[in-house]
Design a binder for this molecule. Structure first.
Ligand SMILES: [Zn+2]
Length: 283
């Protein structure tokens, strides 16, 4: 038995420049100046938009340093606070992941953070034991067909959904990020902001069908895809020239977001994880 089907809508809570690698090595103060208060004010209209739908927010810890009230606002509205990374950039080695976890330990402990989403959905197998050590229950850091649930070194992995156009894969070692081999294997990563801007109608249909089949799709959005920062995406024009593949993230996804919330039941990932764990312990 799986938990009752629901849409596992998630939000990687990061500033508008996090899609570009040009800001990774700046000082935190400089990044904060670029953010210009966006991630501080956008939380209120986002929470209002969510209404009674509960979702999981994966926070960039640096934003908690800038705006300490953020996690409490999310918790008070009944949502889950998860962890995306402390500073948004690719975590290329196990040491990078370890260091990132160390830097975020205090605020994660304060808010009892149990869910993890790797930046760029780029996971490594060796990171799972570190997640156990850091009190995580689950991760959502791979792409895989909807309904895939994996156990890795004591951590549940609930991947971001793909729609399998050919035979379902049977090998789920990390990393399984957005790349050509994923697409060549017939997996359509519809739940990523890379795709959801181009095919909103098809994505709605896929989700509807999967829910009818008793599955719980995992999809993610970013704040800037739903509510626009000041002069955005125009102010990233140069980034789009340097990194054209990030352009799909600039497409507004407000309509899809609103329609999904209106049409389907949601829950936090942690609630889903706890139901899975409960079911398994009874069998
Ligand atoms: Zn991210």
């Amino acid at each position: 038995m799986s938990p009752s089907p629901r849409l596992l809508l998630t939000m990687d809570y990061e500033s508008w420049f996090a899609i570009s690698r040009r800001y990774d090595n700046m000082t935190s103060a400089k990044r904060r100046a670029f953010d210009g208060g966006f991630t501080q004010w956008v939380i209120d209209p986002l929470l209002e938009k969510l209404g009674d739908s509960k979702i999981s927010f994966y926070l960039v810890g640096e934003l908690v340093e800038w705006y300490p009230e953020l996690p409490q606002k999310i918790v008070d509205a009944g949502h889950e606070v998860g962890f995306h990374c402390q500073v948004h950039r690719p975590l290329l080695s196990v040491d990078d992941v370890r260091h990132d976890l160390e830097r975020s330990a205090d605020w994660r402990k304060k808010f009892n953070v149990r869910g993890y989403r790797a930046p760029m959905i780029k996971a490594r197998e060796e990171m799972y034991p570190l997640l156990v050590e850091n009190n995580f229950v689950y991760s959502s850091s791979l792409y895989a067909p909807t309904g895939t649930m994996l156990q890795k070194d004591g951590i549940w992995e609930f991947p971001v959904s793909t729609h399998s156009l050919s035979d379902k894969p049977n090998h789920f070692a990390a990393p399984r990020n957005m790349n050509l081999s994923l697409l060549m294997n017939g997996e359509f990563p519809y739940a990523s902001g890379m795709m959801s801007g181009f095919f909103p109608k098809s994505i709605f249909k896929i989700i509807e069908t999967e829910l009818k089949n008793g599955q719980s799709p995992v999809i993610f959005f970013h704040p800037y895809e739903i509510i626009r920062p000041d002069r955005w995406p125009a102010r990233m024009a140069w980034d789009f020239v340097l990194e054209p593949f990030i352009l799909p993230f600039a497409i507004r996804k407000t309509k899809l977001f609103d329609e999904l919330l209106r049409a389907f039941p949601t829950s936090t990932m942690l609630e889903f994880a706890q139901e899975v764990i409960h079911e398994r312990s009874r069998n």
